[in-house]
Write a protein that binds this ligand. Structure first.
Ligand SMILES: Nc1nc2c(ncn2[C@@H]2O[C@H](COP(=O)(O)OP(=O)(O)O)[C@@H](O)[C@H]2O)c(=O)[nH]1
Ligand SMILES: [Mg+2]
Length: 429
């Protein structure tokens, strides 16, 4: 049997919705008042319907491919999941398997070497705890009312327990349209029992957030293969510093020490070339400079002995089409067999709309993945979520400070969610 939940301003509105979607074959299991009608807001009721799988209308059945079998963006891009709604449904299903779905999302039990048998909690204590939780949520609702007097559409449908997480996410710089979509998915798929307090709501929302942005796991280099990585992006975002960090990472920070070579396409600003030359000298790496696009192939050729070839490019403003065109010419002139992975580097400190403009301008280069820098200089991280969600390009690395080589980390959705909800914390990177 499939258990489905439907919501509406009244129980009969929820039932009407259920009938519209799945017909008359369902069995009403429970009706629950989620939010009382108040302060000019509609009430919210939830009904739980049980229905045999084969009674579901064919157009209602959604794909139920397990998460692990869903096709990632690229073979190497694991952890990439775009169909959020499907992901949410699967998370909900998994959580229904446990006897107590709430327990699964609560703080994990403390590990102790001396096993202590916990005393059974008296019923009165449980009731008091539950009352305190409800009161805490009510205080949060009151706090959140001050935050936005003009209640936007989706907000009027949001159960009170969601208010805190909604406020947190909308203050993070996440695009409103994306946040509302995310909330809708969470509301639709979150198992009913988890909605009862803001702790479990937050945990469920975190799970959805993790699925929102695709992450590119660092591929392991197979024997006999090479990786050519080109960093592109506006001036001053941290490309050259990041090339130095990546060079150090591959040549001596990983378990296996790789041969690394550098190419600089930035030959207009003498200082810029010198900056990378210095790093190359310190790390004893081969370095080639390219002034004209036709030289690009010979630069790659002469670094053929390397496992990793890292290409630094001339900085350009997102509007400077001329410089982007020059990089394009280099890529077109590449007659070696090496595929160049183009990584667009952007600072996390600019707002979503500006990130999108930057991406649009550089997208002509065929951007494969993204790198965000200056995570240490920003407060909100919703802009990163929104860009990843909108353009569906995986994030490969984060730069978390100026120090070479240590301030570079492989991107992870756990770290990004942590930054969004609790702020940047270097030790969690
Ligand atoms: N705070 C901070 N500064 C950074 C980060 N990455 C680079 N920078 C600084 O940003 C400035 C510009 O970096 P650079 O690599 O020359 O940028 P490029 O023009 O894109 O090559 C330098 O002062 C770097 O030290 C970072 O993650 N955090
Ligand atoms: Mg530079």
């Amino acid at each position: 049997m499939k258990i489905l939940t439907f919501t509406g301003a009244t129980p009969s509105a929820a039932l009407k919705k259920a009938k519209l979607e799945i017909g008359d074959e369902g069995m009403l299991i429970e009706t629950k008042e989620v939010r009382k009608k108040s302060f000019g807001k509609e009430g919210l009721y939830e009904i739980i319907i049980g229905i045999e799988e084969d009674m579901l209308p064919s157009n209602y059945k959604k794909s139920s491919i397990p998460l692990s079998e869903q096709r990632p963006l690229k073979q190497e891009s694991e952890d990439v999941l775009f169909d959020l709604s499907n992901a949410a449904e699967q998370i909900a299903k998994v959580s229904r398997v446990t006897d107590d779905p709430i327990a699964q999302y609560m703080v994990p039990p403390r590990q102790s070497h001396t096993p202590v048998t916990p005393l059974p909690e008296p019923r009165e204590l449980k009731e008091i705890k539950s009352e305190i939780n409800k009161l805490t949520d009510k205080v949060k609702i009151i706090q959140n009312m001050f935050w936005d007097e003009k209640s936007p559409d989706i907000e009027s449908q949001i159960p009170s327990e969601f208010a805190e997480i909604y406020r947190l996410a909308s203050q993070s710089g996440m695009n409103k349209k994306h946040l509302d979509e995310l909330m809708k998915i969470t509301l639709e798929h979150m198992p009913f029992k988890m909605r009862e307090n803001s702790v479990t709501v937050k945990r469920y929302f975190q799970t959805i957030l993790r699925k929102m942005v695709p992450i590119r796991r660092e591929p392991l280099l197979k024997i006999g293969t090479k990786k050519v990585i080109m960093l592109v992006g506006p001036t001053g975002v941290g490309k050259t510093t990041s090339i130095a960090k990546l060079a150090a990472r591959y040549s001596f920070l990983m378990q296996k020490k790789y041969k690394v070579g550098l190419v600089v396409l930035d030959t207009y600003r003498i200082g810029a070339v010198e900056q990378l030359m210095q790093y190359a000298r310190m790390m004893k790496l081969g370095i080639e400079t390219v002034v004209d696009p036709p030289e690009f192939t010979s630069a790659l050729d002469s670094l053929r002995y390397c496992d990793y070839i890292l290409i630094d490019t001339m900085g350009s403003s997102p509007y400077d089409k001329g410089k982007i065109e020059k990089i394009h010419e280099c890529l077109n002139n590449n007659s070696t067999e090496f595929e160049v992975e183009v990584v667009l580097v952007m600072p996390s400190s600019i707002k979503y709309e500006d990130l999108k403009v930057t991406y649009d301008n550089f997208s002509t280069l065929g951007v494969d993945s993204l790198m965000f820098t200056k995570l240490d200089e920003t407060m909100g991280f919703g802009n990163i979520f929104s860009l990843g969600y909108e353009i569906k390009k995986p994030i490969a690395y984060f730069s978390v400070g100026q120090e070479v080589p240590e301030d570079l980390v492989c991107a992870s959705s756990d770290f990004l969610v942590e930054c969004l909800l609790n702020g940047f914390n270097r030790s969690k990177a």
